[in-house]
Design a protein. Structure first.
Lengths: 276, 185
């Protein structure tokens, strides 16, 4: 298993799609830095007057700190594609090219399937998180890391998830949210692995997680009224400044409801698949 | 030295240089604009702002019905249905202003933001009795009731609404470069 996982991770890191995904992510976050952060860094005191006003802080200047910026919208819209590109379609590729036949003659099928799932999950997580971390690091070197205050310049309200953490330990809040990003990246990429059993086209398979992601967004208004659930729209769940009500229950449940069946179906399907 | 080893060493050097540049920038910007110093004022240690002595006196939390009974002249919450009322609490803060100068002062009694920790509830405040724009004569004292509503439809989580008594309430009148606030025990 360990050797197989090493091989799959090596293949993933050498995959050009991974770097293409990263470069798309980096393009968006760099555009945000050029268009937004540089302007704020030139004069963090621009709108600071007195009393209840406040200078710009990293936590309302970086890409995740302001839900109204178009760069975050662009990033969260193509999020499932960024997650799928690195290694999500590699299973279909392996099936088509006959690579699995070579593997199955040398190792247990389950070793290959588990390694494929883990490598896909991890690479997707890395691909969606690294550009965000890069943006946070660059912003933190240009704009002061002032603690968020509750004067309306920071969009997290008392009713939002982990709001207490945001106002007291904002870097930990961001870190916790990046963990959510990582997991959701992995979960949506794993949809592509399962999709390989039903779709034979690379392009459609890349879009499959996006369709599910978008579909959940369309279904979200119908369940929003339930206090325990609130928004199931992954694009809103992944908006760090939380413009819409989300609950910890939904964040965890959605990841489990998509991720666990995907894992089971992929392992079961992969082992049973009559490839040879 | 192999080609790949040269690339690895090159990458490490680039990362180290980038890290040093990042560290210097991070240090400089945070030294220039550090976090605000916090000044807390209480009943025994009142705040002085522009000659006005401000003392936090009392904090009370009411349900909508209790509030209507206590302050019948305020009709702000009469629109709430019985069902919605359950999602609301109203916090009333009593603050004393005293003119410590020899001249007449004008001030706005609602220039505060109320914060509660650890729930992170925050909101503006309104003056219950009379106008927010006040005039105060030398040596005069005025007690003002300020109210703010909290609801679990965005301002605060439901579980925090029910445990709000355990929160620490502050009335902030300045955020930067010093955070100055009245603390209600």
């Amino acid at each position: 298993m360990k050797a197989m996982l090493k091989i799959e991770m090596n293949r993933a890191f050498k995959n050009r799609s991974f770097y293409l995904s990263l470069s798309i992510g980096f393009s968006i976050v760099m555009a945000h830095i050029i268009m937004v952060v540089i302007g704020k860094s030139e004069n963090p005191l621009k709108f600071f007057g007195n009393g209840l006003t406040y200078p710009y802080s990293v936590f309302n200047s970086w890409i995740g700190g302001d839900s109204t910026n178009p760069y975050l919208s662009a990033y969260s819209t193509i999020f499932p594609i960024l997650a799928t590109m690195p290694f999500g379609i590699s299973y279909l590729n392996d099936l088509k090219k006959g690579y699995v036949k070579n593997i199955y003659t040398r190792t247990n099928r389950i070793n290959y399937c588990v390694s494929k799932y883990v490598a896909t999950f991890v690479m997707a997580g890395i691909a969606v998180v690294i550009p965000m971390i890069f943006n946070l690091l660059i912003t933190s070197a240009m704009v002061p890391s002032l603690l968020p205050v509750m004067n309306g310049m920071f969009s997290i309200g008392g009713g939002n998830l982990w709001s207490g953490m945001f106002y007291m330990h904002p870097y930990i809040y961001v870190l916790m949210y990046l963990v959510v990003y990582f997991i959701y990246g992995g979960v949506f990429a794993s949809l592509a692995l399962v999709g390989a059993f039903f779709v034979d086209n690379m392009f459609l398979l890349t879009l499959f997680p996006f369709i599910v992601y978008y579909g959940l967004g369309l279904a979200a208004p119908y369940v929003y009224k339930y206090a325990l659930i609130r928004s199931i729209n992954p694009a809103l769940i992944l908006t760090i400044s939380q413009p819409s009500g989300i609950t910890l229950f939904t964040v965890i449940a959605e990841a489990l409801i998509i991720g666990v069946p995907c894992f089971i179906i992929f392992i079961w399907g992969g082992v049973k698949n009559d490839t040879l | 030295m192999t080609h790949s080893k040269k690339i690895k060493i090159g990458c490490v050097v680039i990362f180290m240089i980038a890290g040093i540049i990042w560290g210097i920038n991070f240090y400089c910007i945070n030294k220039r604009l550090p976090n605000a110093k916090i000044f807390e004022y209480s009943k025994n240690n009142p705040a002085i702002a522009d000659g006005l002595e401000i003392t936090p006196l009392e904090k009370k939390i009411y349900s909508v019905d209790e509030y209507k009974e206590e302050f019948p002249e305020d009709k702000s919450y009469s629109y709430l249905t019985d069902e919605k009322k359950e999602h609301y609490l109203i916090i009333v803060l009593k603050v004393k202003f005293k003119n410590t100068t020899q001249t007449t002062l004008k001030f706005e009694a609602d220039s505060f933001i109320i914060e509660a920790f650890p729930s992170a509830y925050h909101n503006g405040v309104l003056v219950i009795d009379g106008s927010a724009k006040r005039t105060i004569e030398p040596g005069e004292e005025q007690e003002v009731f300020l109210e703010s509503n909290m609801n679990d439809m965005g301002l605060i989580k439901t579980k925090d609404l029910h445990n709000i008594e355990s929160n620490k309430f502050n009335l902030v009148y300045s955020y930067y470069p010093e955070k100055r606030m009245l603390v209600f025990d």
